[in-house]
Design a protein around this ligand. Structure first.
Ligand code: ADP
Ligand code: MG
Length: 631
């Protein structure tokens, strides 16, 4: 049968183009990617073999009873032919799987990924970390080869498939022969170019060195001829003192597809009633799909060094989904299913322990490496804060980890630091949420608090609306949103004094307020005088138990239709406009010009709050009326 020609999916073509013209200097990593794929394929086969077998935990890498070769990886370089061959005795692929796995990228976020890679590439360097993160490692081989042949046979099938490509947009596929299940990849190497990190990969010494460096802990023998190149020691089983920093890093890269170093490495050892080992990592940068529901979760489950499953969400709560690593639970059965895991008490205990370790490590970073922590929090904080909405138990610890912008200075601050600066008589932690950092920072709601010397914490992640809505307590101090009508700045005494002053001003301006309210009656719940403004004429607040305007917008964006609640418009009695309006209009509530002023004051408040007005035509018309009246 002749070879069939297929075009790569458009996204793959672009990706290959980036790979082929890669400026990335460390091209050696291609081998790590191919070995990692081989190791995955061996895991899958081993799991298929042992699952369902009682006491299958002893299943090692020795040859199966059916005459199958040992589970392992072999490397062979040929200097004369300028090739490097990587073969594994893993699960292999069917013809359809080859087309699906090696010709297309079916993962979510492909477009965003390519855009991100290209943006970086335009700056003169391919972003290798993005490629790794996205798990398109196979294509990295095109950095070093100008022609790749792959022959694979799926376990349980009799025929094999051969795939060939020169990386220029198309590949061919045809039937082939292979003795056993597994995959053989032959790289026809590009000319050596040491200056650009393209080494001689047909040379044994070069290859041995890369294997030692990147893949020493791979659980299967990586052989060249009779020599095993790797130690196969499970890194999480070894005492911390015996593992080098480099080994930890390389294992992270093998595991996570991230080409960056991890930010933190967290070894965990549990002994006693239950035996488990874990090696967890915090990534340096969030993957771009951190907020996509399809994001690949980071923790793998092993039982006595046998791989059981990927993305084990029973071991790590969703808000820590970015944590990568392995957990080896010695007392579990290899046959565990997801259903069993969900109810397993051991798993629950391990999970609790892991969460404690991760949060502890973050707390330490917050104390000892503030700059690093701030950067980390900027990327991962929005995910971590989800934990205060979803998982009940961890809220207190998470609150301890929160850092936020503040009116106190340029640098973000923690709640503990805020409390240490609280004024005498201040009984709550003041917070304000908004749609962006800039919007909260310039909100008129802050004026009164600033004028009286009260610090306000500034929040602008969408999730902040939700957890702050619950007014959590930090120690004995409640977090109170100053976007609510009932939250006034100051101590008991100050508030009493303010209330008295407002009472006087109301006597003065009461009629005017009634007229203004009448003009925008359908759009506001009330029009009141405010003690929280110093320079702005107006602001919006939510009534005590109502949704804030931003919360409403958020729910609408999430496809929910919250019951319409109207905001309260607060006016600044000290603003020069107020006496002028009173003098000009007196108690005439029907003057259309006064109605235009009311509409503009409302519009201004909306602009300060959400950056837009809900009814632009009416706002514009009012602006027209006032402008015309002014000349
Ligand atoms: P990833 O490993 O992140 O899935 P890759 O680009 O490295 O991405 O590989 C794509 C897919 O091709 C793998 O998910 C796997 O299904 C398949 N594959 C690659 N190499 C092998 C192999 N040696 N044996 C079996 N399947 C493989
Ligand atoms: Mg891979």
């Amino acid at each position: 049968m002749t070879a069939e020609r297929h075009e790569f999916q458009a996204e793959v073509k672009q990706l290959l183009d980036l790979m082929v013209h890669s400026l990335y200097s460390d091209k050696d990593v291609f081998l790590r990617e191919l070995i990692s794929n081989a190791s995955d394929a061996l895991d899958k086969l081993r799991f298929e073999r042992v699952a369902g077998t009682e006491g299958g935990t002893e299943a090692g890498t020795e040859a199966g009873s059916d005459g199958q070769p040992e589970l392992g990886i072999t490397l062979a370089g040929d200097a004369a032919a300028r090739t490097l061959t990587i073969a594994d005795s893993g699960i292999g692929m069917t013809r359809d799987e080859v087309i699906k796995n090696i010709g297309t990228i079916a993962k979510s976020g492909t477009k965003e990924f390519l855009a991100a890679v290209k943006a970086k590439a335009n700056q003169g360097a391919l972003a290798p970390e993005l490629i790794g993160q996205f798990g398109v490692g196979f294509y990295a081989a095109f950095m070093v080869a100008d022609r790749i042949e792959l022959v694979t046979r799926k376990a349980g099938e009799t025929t094999a498939t051969k795939w060939v490509s020169t990386g220029d947009g198309a590949y061919t596929i045809e039937d082939a022969e292979r003795d056993h299940s597994g995959t053989t990849i032959t790289l026809h190497l590009k000319a050596v170019d040491d200056e650009h990190g393209l080494h001689d990969y047909s040379n044994d010494r070069v290859v041995d060195d890369i294997v030692k460096r990147y893949s020493d802990f791979v659980a299967y023998p990586i052989k060249r001829g009779e020599t095993t190149l790797n130690s196969m020691k499970a890194i999480w089983d070894r005492p911390k003192s015996e593992v080098t920093e480099e080994e930890y890093k390389d294992f992270y890269k093998h595991l996570s597809h991230d080409w960056n170093d991890p930010l933190r490495t967290i070894p965990v050892k549990m002994e006693g009633t239950l035996e488990a080992y874990a090696l967890l990592y915090l990534p340096t940068k969030p993957s771009f799909d951190l907020f996509s529901p399809e994001m690949k979760r980071g923790v793998q489950l092993y039982v006595k060094r046998v791989f059981v499953m990927d993305e084990c969400k029973e071991l790590m709560p969703s808000y820590l989904r970015f944590v990568k690593g392995v957990v080896d639970a010695h007392d579990l059965s290899l046959n565990v299913s997801r259903e069993i895991l969900q109810k397993d008490r051991q798993i629950a205990i391990i999970k609790k322990q892991l969460v404690k370790k991760v949060l502890g490590s973050l707390d330490e970073m917050k104390r000892d490496a503030r700059d690093q922590y701030l950067e980390f929090w900027a990327g991962f904080g929005p995910a971590i804060k989800e934990g205060m909405v979803t998982s009940e138990g961890d809220s207190e610890k998470i609150l301890d980890l929160v850092v936020a912008g503040t009116t106190h200075g340029e640098q973000p601050t923690t709640l503990a630091e805020y409390v240490s600066r609280m004024k005498e008589g201040q009984d709550a932690i003041y917070v304000l949420t908004g749609t962006s950092k800039e919007a909260v920072a310039r909100s008129p709601l802050l004026e009164g608090f600033k004028a009286k010397g009260y610090e306000v914490l500034l929040f602008s992640d969408p999730i902040d609306e939700i957890w702050l809505e619950r007014e959590p307590k930090f120690g004995d101090k409640q977090l109170k949103s100053i976007g609510r009508g009932d939250v006034q700045p100051g101590s008991e005494d100050e508030r009493k004094a303010d209330a008295a002053a407002i009472e006087d001003q109301r006597r003065e301006l009461g009629d005017l307020l009634a007229c203004l309210k009448a003009a925008i009656e359908t759009d506001v719940k009330d029009v009141r005088l405010s003690s929280r403004l110093t320079s702005s004429p107006s602001c919006l607040v939510a009534d005590e138990h109502d949704l804030t305007p931003r919360m409403q917008k958020l729910l609408e964006q999430m496809g929910q239709a919250p019951p319409k609640v109207l905001p309260v418009l607060e006016l600044n009695p000290k603003h020069p406009l107020m006496p002028k309006l009173k003098a000009a209009f007196g108690v005439n509530s029907t003057d259309p010009r006064l109605a235009a002023y009311a509409r503009l004051l409302l519009g201004q408040a909306y602009l300060a709050d959400t950056g837009s007005v809900p009814n632009p035509e009416a706002f514009s018309k009012a602006l027209d009326d006032v402008m015309l009246g002014a000349i």
